[in-house]
Design a protein around this ligand. Structure first.
Ligand SMILES: Nc1ncnc2c1ncn2[C@@H]1O[C@H](COP(=O)(O)OP(=O)(O)O)[C@@H](O)[C@H]1O
Ligand SMILES: [Mg+2]
Length: 261
C-alpha cells in the first residue's frame, strides 16, 4: 500500500467508516430490509471487493457509500464528514468531488460520442471550457481511447465502453472509485484488462471498492468483504493479489479490431 497515505501517527487514514448502517425499503406497507447493521472501515488507498449473492444488499451498500442514497439508520463518515448530517445539495457536492462511479451496464449516453460522455460530469462546473477540455482529453488518454474520441458507444466494444465509463468516473479526479460488477458483462480477457486499469489507478492512490460475483476477480484486490442477507458474515485478506498485467501477458493476444465488432 501507498506509504504516503499513512498519517503522522503511522495509522492508515480511514476514508470510509460506517456504524450499524441499516437500510429498509418500503413498498406500500411492505418493508424490505436490505442492510441490517453494516460496520465498515476502509482506509485511504485500499482496493476492496464486496462479494455476495444476488439480493444480498451489495448495490444498496454502494449507493449509500456513493452518497446516492441515505441509510434508514446508522452512521456513515466519508473522510471524517458525517454524511447523515448533510442536506441534498451538500450530499451532491461531496459526491461530485470525491466519488467516481462505474456500473456493469456502462450507463453511457448513446447519442454522445466518447468526448461528450466523459465530459458529462463537468458540464455544470464553472470551470473554463479550455481547462475542462484538457481534463476530458487527459481522462480519455488515461484509458487508451484517444483514437476513438469521436465515436459513439454503439461503435465500441464492451471493453471500450467500460473504459469510457472509467474515464468519466476519473474526470473529476475523485479519491474514491465505486464499481458495481464492472466486469459482469465482459469476456474474461476484457474483464482482465479492466482490472489492470483499476490496479494501476489503485497504485496511483485511488481508493477502489468493487462489487463482484467472481472470486477470481476479488482476488485482484487487497481485501474481500462478504455480504449475505444484509450483514457482513466475514472478510478475507488477500495476501497475494492476482496481477492483471501478469495474467494478460500470459493470454493470447486478440486484435483490438476484432474486439470492436
Ligand atoms: N429500490 C428498491 N426498492 C425496493 N426494494 C429494493 C430496492 N432496491 C433493492 N431492493 C431489495 O433490497 C435487497 C437488496 O438488493 P440489492 O442491494 O440490489 O442487492 P444486490 O446488489 O446484492 O443484488 C433485495 O431484496 C432487493 O429486492
Ligand atoms: Mg446489485
Amino acid at each position: 500500500m501507498n506509504e504516503k497515505k499513512q498519517s503522522g501517527t503511522g495509522e492508515l487514514r480511514s476514508i470510509i467508516r460506517t456504524r450499524e448502517l441499516v437500510k429498509v425499503y418500503k413498498i406500500g406497507k411492505i418493508e424490505i430490509p436490505a442492510l441490517k447493521g453494516i460496520n465498515l472501515d476502509i482506509s485511504d488507498g485500499e482496493f476492496i471487493s464486496i462479494m455476495g449473492p444476488s439480493g444480498s444488499g451489495k448495490s444498496t451498500l454502494m449507493n449509500i457509500i456513493g452518497c446516492l442514497d441515505i441509510p434508514t439508520s446508522g452512521e456513515y463518515f466519508l473522510d471524517s464528514v458525517n454524511i447523515g448530517k448533510l442536506n441534498d445539495n451538500e450530499l451532491a457536492a461531496i459526491r461530485n468531488k470525491k466519488i467516481g462511479f462505474v456500473f456493469q451496464t456502462f450507463n453511457l449516453l448513446s447519442r454522445s460520442n466518447v468526448f461528450g460522455n466523459v465530459e458529462l460530469p463537468l458540464i455544470y462546473t464553472s470551470e473554463r471550457v479550455k481547462d475542462r477540455r484538457k481534463r476530458v482529453l487527459e481522462a480519455i488518454e488515461d484509458v487508451g481511447l484517444t483514437t476513438w474520441i469521436r465515436h459513439r458507444p454503439n461503435e465500441l466494444s464492451g471493453g471500450q465502453k467500460q473504459r469510457v465509463a472509467i474515464a468519466r468516473a476519473l474526470v473529476n479526479n475523485p479519491s474514491i472509485i465505486l464499481a458495481d460488477e464492472p466486469t459482469g458483462n465482459l469476456d474474461s480477457r476484457t474483464g482482465e484488462e479492466i482490472m489492470a486499469i483499476f490496479q494501476r489507478l489503485n497504485r496511483d492512490g485511488k481508493t477502489i471498492i468493487l462489487v463482484t460475483h467472481e472470486m477470481e476477480i476479488a482476488r485482484h484486490t487487497h481485501r474481500v468483504i462478504y455480504l449475505r442477507d444484509g450483514i457482513i458474515p466475514g472478510e478475507e485478506i488477500i495476501n497475494e493479489q492476482i496481477s492483471a498485467g501478469e495474467v494478460l501477458r500470459r493470454m493470447p493476444k486478440l486484435e483490438d479490431k476484432l474486439l470492436s465488432y
